[in-house]
Design a protein around this ligand. Structure first.
Ligand code: PMP
Length: 359
């Protein structure tokens, strides 16, 4: 029996995608699964090329950007970005809005760089994104890093920061493909795949071509953007199953109306859940309304002693993985692209029921 899985990632995938992969599992293109074919063979090379082409089409990626499929997840990119974009002694900018921007900064600090924190929302308990125009990139900085959607805190930027000539680096892990985005505003976009793009095991990286040539000479080959671009991300064996599944996810996104379709669906889910929480005196969401995430909805109860029971009873009712991140507690409903509105409605019905019994 399928449940509504509210995990922050690895996350729920569309049933159509799973069924399609299941149908091809034993025989993809000639008596074996996609996991068993050579990545150098024509079938897989075509599969990877089609996946990239679909991503370019769906995200309207301009032609002066390179798409890479790399290993090491989004966390890997926290170190890979400085390796590729800086020289020793450079300065780099960070906007801190929660755990993931914090972790990215910690990785950058391992390098011989001057790390400037140009905005820090710690004083708010990481419950808001900084106001547009309230911070500026440092002149001459190698890049400015920010996290458009903080997966743990459920804090999302409602705008793209203006950084002038300083390349903007975005960790789009938990919001990529959730709505249209103007790729031309970014120097580098990266995202782990295990939320809106399929199974874990890969980071999708989108790099503006003029930034491909800045890597330090000691950058590991498999993480050198230019070298990987020259080898179509296949300098070594790529995560073939993740690439194949991403292709299927992208086909599904297309049948749902592309990113406009995703945006409509995601806005409705988020508005439905936040409206219910805001109207309740039993549940609350700590994030400032203008910074609320469409993808990750943390919520609290007035009596935190009930949290464990809530999570356990919800799981019994087929609503799984609702515990908040261990670092913040409470509850969190991650409602990525694959979560249908019916899942959100079922969650709200359960929350009403739980309040009736325990309120
Ligand atoms: N950045 C964000 C915003 C994330 O949500 C995550 C994972 N939850 C990461 C980075 C780390 O990604 P990975 O586990 O793919 O390395």
């Amino acid at each position: 029996m399928r449940v509504y899985n509210f995990s922050a990632g690895p996350a729920m995938m569309p049933i159509e995608v799973l069924e399609s992969a299941q149908a091809e599992l034993l025989d993809w293109k000639g008596g074996m699964s996609v996991m068993e074919v050579s990545h150098r063979g024509g079938d897989f090379v075509a599969c990877a090329a089609e996946t990239e082409a679909l991503l370019r089409e769906i995200m309207s990626i301009p032609s002066n950007y390179t798409v890479l499929f790399l290993q090491g997840g989004a966390y890997g990119q926290f170190a890979v970005v400085p390796l590729n974009l800086t020289a020793p002694g450079d300065s780099v900018d960070f906007v801190l809005t929660g755990s993931w921007s914090d972790k990215a900064l910690a990785e950058a600090r391992k390098f011989d760089l001057t790390c400037n924190v140009v905005a820090d929302e710690k004083a708010s308990g990481y419950t808001r994104a900084p106001d547009a125009g309230s911070f500026a990139a440092t002149p001459g900085a190698a890049y400015l890093h920010y996290t458009p959607n903080e997966t743990i805190g459920g804090v999302e930027f409602g705008y793209i920061p203006e950084t002038g000539n300083v390349p903007l680096v975005a960790d789009l892990s938990s919001t990529i493909l959730s709505r249209p985005i103007d790729v031309s505003k970014f120097g580098v976009i990266f995202a782990g795949t295990q939320k809106n793009m399929g199974p874990a095991g890969m980071a999708v990286v989108i790099v503006r071509d003029d930034l491909l040539d800045r890597a330090r000479t000691d950058t590991p080959s498999v993480w050198n953007y230019k070298l990987m671009a020259e080898h179509d991300s296949m300098l070594n064996t790529p995560p073939t199953f993740s690439i194949y599944l991403l292709g299927k996810i992208l086909e599904w996104v297309k049948t749902q109306g592309g990113l406009e379709g995703m945006a409509g669906r995601n806005r409705l889910k988020a508005e439905t859940l936040y409206s219910f929480i805001d109207a309740s005196s039993f549940y609350s969401n700590p994030v400032e309304p203008a910074s609320r995430s469409w993808m990750n909805v943390p919520f609290l109860m007035t009596n935190p002693d009930l949290n464990k029971q809530f999570v356990a009873d919800a799981a019994q009712a087929g609503l799984t993985n609702l515990a908040g991140h261990r670092s913040v507690g409470g509850m969190r409903a991650s409602i990525y692209n694959a979560m249908p509105i019916e899942g959100v409605q079922a969650l709200i019905a359960f929350m009403k029921d739980f309040e009736r019994t325990h309120g």
